[in-house]
Design a binder for this molecule. Structure first.
Ligand code: NDP
Length: 501
């Protein structure tokens, strides 16, 4: 029961199209086949539109358009960095102006709370485009002193320059469909690349809207293309395309491995931002018990737990275990569960029926393996794909719900003795995306920072993203980092030059 009466005019017009096409070379283009995918509202289970299932031919057309737009004679490549930056600033402003339209669309297709769609997706994307607009004028190489002897009294001057790498394939998941797309598209465009974006089949509509806004911002046709479809057909065709020079992927470790293999077939550059099973470590000397419990709850239950950096394992020092856990359960139980358009809701539905079934299966497995279910564990609603904030307590560390990413609002709490025990447990994972540490002892915090095997460590706060803070993982959580300066350099290739004179 969404309040669809309040949809913006722009969104109503967009949704009225019903059958959405690919966005190639600055305009909507029909797919080469009639195959479509239904986009479902996960709160009402209604179909809100259909998108084309992109074939290899559709992917070819999009890559050809991006390649043409990357050509040396194209307006994008000929543009000065300052002019490119102006377009990206305008794009950021347009995204911000259309916050409500983007947020409503994300909530419709993903189910997440409208306040999160506003702040994380629309707001996050605007910030990211603005941040990278500033980078267009700051991409630089180096001058280098060489040791090569020069014959005949000649001299030399050596330098490196960074050049845009070429056509970028951006493959993104459904959990933050707009902001994660911006983490890839914004730096790629800032570097001078052109992009083909493949959104998840669960959340393809917001990507199409982003492409419309890009044209309105003044991006030349072909610089940003969107091909909708599934992973097995469309995603695979895009990531194995020989004209793609860089693949940037966010998604599961399983898909990341497939994409890594496809990339190596064509010797294509690849960045993989993959799954996580991030630990939160709470010491007895935490600053404030209530604030810590709230932070742990926010770290796992935000966005229904569908967050790559979610703190899904919490290790609590023995003396504090029971009381902190009681507060965490209380925080979860106080959350209002409702549809995404309810401004007072704290937790919305999961993205899809199949994802809810996956999360439910993990909860059942946890019970079977002997973990103690303390709170939540079921869908409390008659309609929609909801899951209560769920908390388990466990002592045996070798359990499926401790080892595997659930990607739902499910937390497992385990007690620990001392710092060494906490580190051993926290690092005992095939993944290493993020970690949080809760203590007021700076030397303890620094030891944890030094020794945690995680790409991102926050102290006394749940993990949050920022355009200037690189994000990426150790171990099976990925290869490479996005965001920050390193984010834009991902889309450049280095040319070494030596001038002998
Ligand atoms: P998937 O790996 O299933 O899908 C991610 C994207 O890849 C989707 O667009 C999907 O398309 C596409 N895809 C699927 N199969 C292929 C294939 N064979 N070739 C090319 N593309 C393919 O992940 P989810 O969508 O389920 O996203 C959740 C995962 O993403 C979690 O593991 C989470 O941890 C991770 N994630 C990581 C982040 C990070 O920064 N490290 C941030 C956010 C999420 P389709 O959906 O249409 O099948």
């Amino acid at each position: 029961m969404n309040d669809t009466a309040a949809l913006t005019t722009r969104l109503s017009e967009f949704l009225a199209l019903q059958n959405h096409k690919h966005f190639i070379h600055g305009a909507y283009q029909s797919g080469s086949t009639d195959q479509q995918i239904a986009v479902i509202n996960s709160a009402t289970e209604d179909v809100i539109g259909r998108v084309s299932l992109g074939s290899a031919d559709d992917v070819d057309a999009a890559v050809a358009s991006a390649l043409k737009a990357f050509h040396h004679a194209s307006p994008w490549r000929r543009m000065s960095p300052d002019d490119r930056g102006k377009i990206l600033y305008r794009y950021a402003d347009l995204i911000e102006e259309h916050t409500e339209t983007i947020a409503q669309l994300v909530t419709l297709e993903n189910g997440k709370l409208i306040k999160d769609s506003r702040s994380s997706d629309a707001g996050g994307a605007a910030k990211t485009f603005r941040y990278y607009a500033g980078w267009t004028t700051k991409i630089e190489g180096e001058t280098l002193d060489l040791s090569q002897p020069q014959k005949g009294g000649k001299q030399n001057f050596a330098l490196t320059r960074r050049e845009p790498i070429g056509v970028v394939a951006a493959v993104v998941p459904w959990n933050f469909p707009v902001s994660i797309a911006s983490w890839k598209v914004a730096p790629a465009l800032a570097a001078g690349c052109t992009v083909v974006l493949k959104p998840s089949e669960e959340t393809p509509l917001s990507a199409l809207l982003l492409a419309e806004l890009a044209i309105e911002a003044g991006l030349p046709p072909g610089v940003l293309n969107v091909v909708t479809g599934d992973g097995a057909t469309t995603g695979a065709a895009l990531t194995s395309h020989p004209d793609v020079k860089k693949i940037t992927f966010t998604g599961s470790t399983h898909t990341g491995k497939l994409i890594g293999k496809a990339a190596m077939e064509n010797i294509t550059g690849v960045s993989l931002e993959l799954g996580g099973k991030s630990p939160a470590v709470v010491f007895d000397d935490m600053i404030d018990q209530a604030e810590t419990a709230k932070g742990i709850a926010a770290g796992i239950f935000r966005n229904q737990g569908q967050v790559c950096v979610a703190g899904s394992r919490v290790y609590i020092q023995k003396k504090s275990f029971d009381r902190v856990l009681t507060d965490i359960c209380h925080a979860g139980e106080s959350m209002k569960i409702s549809h995404g358009f309810d401004e007072t809701a704290d937790l919305g539905p999961l993205v899809s029926k199949s994802h809810l079934q996956t999360v439910q299966a993990y909860i059942d497995q946890g019970k079977k393996d002997g973990a103690q279910l303390l709170s939540g564990g079921r869908n409390p609603m008659e309609k929609g794909y909801y899951m209560q904030p769920t908390v388990f307590s466990a002592t045996d560390h070798q359990q499926t719900i401790i080892e595997e990413e659930i990607f739902g609002p499910v937390l497992v709490a385990v007690p620990f003795d001392d710092l060494e025990d906490a580190l051993e447990k926290a690092n005992d994972s095939s993944m290493g995306l993020a970690a949080t540490v809760w203590t007021q002892d700076i030397s303890k915090a620094m030891t944890m920072i030094n020794r945690l095997q995680a790409g991102v460590v926050y102290v006394n706060s749940p993990v949050r993203s920022d355009p200037n803070l690189p994000l990426g993982g150790y171990k099976h959580s990925g290869i490479g980092r996005e965001l920050g300066k390193t984010g834009v350099y991902n889309y450049t290739t280095l040319k070494s030059v030596n001038i002998v004179f």
